[in-house]
Design a protein around this ligand. Structure first.
Ligand SMILES: NC(=O)c1ccc[n+]([C@@H]2O[C@H](COP(=O)([O-])OP(=O)(O)OC[C@H]3O[C@@H](n4cnc5c(N)ncnc54)[C@H](OP(=O)(O)O)[C@@H]3O)[C@@H](O)[C@H]2O)c1
Length: 341
């Protein structure tokens, strides 16, 4: 079988520190209790781009990249799911249920198609192959940031910046399903329109110097209870002015401010919390799948590439690095079903 493997031979002029090469790969032999999943499709996350740029901790050459997949359970191991069922894998390996953070040696699903049976969950039936592949990591990150950390509930006014992003779109879909009033930001007016068509109340272009004023106008006297933010962009310092006392900023990423964001005195005076959020526990993954099933939520898939080839992988990374997507980028593995991205 082949897989997309991380190597230290970046293409000249690519600007990356590493490369992704599609080449032959021998899957590990399953150990006691481990499940084997035949991969049908895999999705990309921004972490894959950060890894290529050398901007992620614990990078290991020779790893198989990718943290999201849907597949068919070939060998259940210790899983309670029956062989032959379509499954998703919790991308937060070894985080059981502590809402504060992982109990012990936590990792992100990355280079296995054999995995401890307890990480394997039945896939909601209403999802297509590419929708299913799109769900795990971004869905889990959005679910924890929105509900566990930002404590969003029905009737709240919530801001979700950078709505073109995979996690942001899930956060918006989940918040709308939970009965919150959602506002978004984007670099693209088209993406804002798309968000409105999916249930957002409004949105502003973060490149517009008057974006904060415009958002205040759209809020029409209401205050934000929460901001679920993955960018720490230029507008970040202005969120607090639009927030109610005791509001919460849940931050799951810093795409636009890799050196971090500042915590202002106004935030102190308004009792506004900034809370970091990373992926989620196995318990939250299960809750997220139940929520998606109950509300029949369909992940927004921006691009689907057919076949795990060098060309597909290069195109997928380029789309994500250039921010051309609205939603998730997926590779459907068509010819050799045991491939794992
Ligand atoms: N902590 C975790 O567990 C976790 C999990 C997943 C992701 N992340 C992090 O979260 C971030 C987003 O990940 P993703 O996979 O959803 O990425 P993605 O799909 O590549 O989305 C990135 C989005 O960021 C938005 N953006 C860029 N500059 C911005 C700015 N100045 N202000 C507001 N938004 C801006 C863009 O939105 P528009 O296109 O609308 O302009 C872009 O589409 C990344 O930094 C990633 O590393 C963290």
């Amino acid at each position: 079988m082949v897989a997309a493997i991380l190597t230290n031979t970046p293409a000249p002029g690519s600007g990356y520190k590493y490369a992704l090469e599609v080449k032959e790969y021998t899957a590990p032999t399953p150990q006691s209790g481990q499940a084997v999943v035949k991969i049908q499709a895999a999705a990309f996350n921004h972490r894959d781009v950060w890894i290529l740029k050398g901007l992620y901790p614990g990078i290991k050459e020779g790893s198989v990249l990718g943290s999201d997949c849907v597949g068919v359970l070939a060998e259940p191991g210790s899983s309670s799911v029956e062989a032959g069922q379509r499954v998703l894998i919790s991308p937060s390996v070894n985080w059981d249920s502590d809402p504060r953070g992982p109990e012990g040696a936590f990792g992100t699903l990355t280079d296995t198609i054999v995995i401890d049976g307890k990480e394997v969950f039945p896939c909601p039936d209403h999802l297509s192959t590419s929708e299913a592949a799109a769900l795990p990591l971004a869905g889990l990150t959005a679910f924890r940031a929105l509900f566990t950390k930002a404590e969003v509930r029905s009737g709240d006014h919530v801001l979700i910046p950078g709505i073109g992003g995979g996690v942001a779109l899930f956060a918006m879909q989940f918040a709308v399903a939970a009965g919150a009033h959602v506002y978004v930001t984007s670099s693209s007016d088209e993406k804002i329109q798309k968000a409105v068509s999916l249930g957002a109340k409004g949105g502003v272009n973060y490149k517009d110097p008057n974006a904060a004023k415009e958002l205040k106008k759209q809020l029409n006297g209401n205050m934000l209870s929460a901001v679920v933010d993955g960018s720490g962009g230029a507008l970040f310092d202005q969120y607090v002015r639009l927030m109610r006392p005791g509001g919460i900023i849940a931050q799951y990423g810093q795409t636009a401010s890799p050196k971090g964001v500042s915590y202002s005195m106004m935030s102190v005076l308004k009792n506004v919390d900034i809370r970091g959020s990373t992926m989620g526990s196995r318990a939250e993954f299960k809750q997220m799948l139940e929520f998606v099933k109950r509300h029949k939520i369909k992940p927004i898939v921006s691009h689907v590439f057919q076949g795990l080839t060098q060309e597909s992988v290069n195109k997928a990374i380029s789309v994500m690095d250039n921010g051309q997507q609205t939603g998730k980028i997926v590779i459907e593995v068509t010819e050799t079903p045991r491939q794992k991205l």
